[in-house]
Ligand binder design. Structure first.
Ligand SMILES: Nc1nc2c(ncn2[C@@H]2O[C@H](COP(=O)(O)OP(=O)(O)OP(=O)(O)O)[C@@H](O)[C@H]2O)c(=O)[nH]1
Ligand SMILES: [Mg+2]
Length: 374
């Protein structure tokens, strides 16, 4: 029996042979490839090697960041700098063989850092511990892609391709396409504005038929979507949209010009763990990318405790803050007093709909006495 990896290779070869004028055929091949790749990640017969399970590390803290990169780029060194966990560091490749969790404390928030084994090309197809590493990365709120500034420029694209192949989408929003399978009635495909990237009704029709989705409603709301985006929408259960920050380590070994070029790439920071240069900036950028907000609660007449923050998602309101404190707190809510960036004057008296900012101090005043935030 031909295994899935071989089938994937065959389709990739056929795609390389297919001329651009045969776009419909190419679209179908892409659809098939996406299905096979998803199958490859499912444990079971034919999957070849271990399934898509990650390492057995339970989630803890307010968010999880995974360190992903080729071997020996300095992932463990970085982990040792920002957490109290010392993961073994060595000059040889594959020093780290499993997922090592550590805790990064950031102004009262606790972020779990996962130091992962290095991955190599072909990781998505199961080389090395690639698939496990990628599965662990999929469970994180953010990926920190650690790159070696002394290595060739292709490393970034190679790693991205490995993550793409298993359905991870970096720094992207889900495509703006509405797809609803129906019981009957055939396919109803609508474009809000004429599509630009060679997408048309026939292309979508062919792909949907190939996926055996014969009755459905499709509304393409964005004129810039591609065939790949459409397949992502069909395969949405196998897609994960994650923020990624690219970090070039070992800039102590390269020249200033090269450093400048790297630092200008999108979503990128540079550092040297060896010289302790830029490490703090990387941590600050991680915090920004996570888009979390620290709120310090305060009781009447007592100073807030800045070592203990309440962590809520970006754009959260006082209502979310109440829910994070206690699920019934809202019911007795009268108003809140807010100090900090979100307040027009301090303290500002606000209602449940007020949007909070990072490092705001909040005091909840309830109808019953003594219900101020704990
Ligand atoms: N010059 C230089 N060397 C560094 C820097 N950071 C780490 N190294 C060295 O790079 C080598 C690999 O570091 P590790 O932290 O073990 O790398 P890793 O990415 O965890 O490697 P694996 O666990 O094998 O995937 C070690 O010899 C480190 O001392 C740096 O900023 N500059
Ligand atoms: Mg390591």
């Amino acid at each position: 029996m031909v295994n899935i990896t071989e089938k994937i290779k065959e389709i990739e070869a056929e795609m390389a042979r297919t001329q651009t004028y045969a776009e419909y055929h190419l679209g179908l091949l892409k659809g098939k490839l996406a299905r096979l790749r998803a199958q490859l990640l499912e444990p079971g017969p034919g999957a070849g090697g271990p399934g898509g399970e990650g390492f057995d590390v339970s989630k803890s803290g307010d968010a999880r960041i995974a360190l992903v990169g080729f071997p020996s780029v300095g992932k463990s060194t970085f982990m040792g700098k920002i957490t109290k966990t010392q993961s073994v560091v060595a000059a040889y490749a594959f020093t780290t063989l499993t997922a090592i969790p550590g805790v990064l404390e950031y102004g009262g928030a606790e972020i779990q850092i996962l130091d992962l084994p290095g991955i190599i090309e072909g990781a998505a197809e199961g080389k090395g511990r690639g698939r496990q590493v990628i599965s662990a990365a999929k469970t994180s709120d953010m990926i920190l892609m650690v790159l070696d500034a002394t290595k060739r420029a292709e490393q970034r694209a190679l790693l991205e391709a490995e993550l793409e192949a298993v359905g991870i989408r970096l720094n992207k929003e889900p495509p703006n396409i509405y797809l609803k399978p129906k019981k009957a009635g055939g396919m109803k495909i609508t474009f809000q504005t004429p599509p630009k990237n060679g997408l048309d009704e026939k292309m979508l029709y062919n792909i949907l038929r190939d996926y055996k989705i014969l009755n459905c409603e499709v509304l393409v709301r964005d004129e810039n979507v591609t065939v790949d985006d459409f397949i992502d929408v069909i395969m949405k259960d196998h897609r994960t949209y994650i923020r990624c920050l690219y970090v070039y380590n070992k800039v102590d070994v390269i020249g200033l010009d090269h450093m400048n070029t790297l630092a200008r790439e999108p979503n990128t920071v540079i550092m040297s763990c060896e010289l302790d240069l830029g490490v703090r900036d990387v941590v600050d950028r991680c915090w920004e990318e996570l888009r979390l907000i620290r709120v310090y609660t305060k009781r009447k007449g007592i100073d807030p405790d800045f070592s203990e923050a309440l962590i809520v998602r970006g754009n959260s309101t006082i209502e979310d803050v109440c829910d994070a404190i206690h699920r019934n707190l809202k019911e007795s809510f009268k108003y809140a007093l807010v100090w900090g960036a979100s307040a027009k004057h301090v303290p500002q008296r606000v209602g449940l709909g007020h949007v909070v900012c990072d490092e705001d101090v909040v005091s909840i005043v309830g109808t019953k006495s003594g219900l101020a935030a704990k």
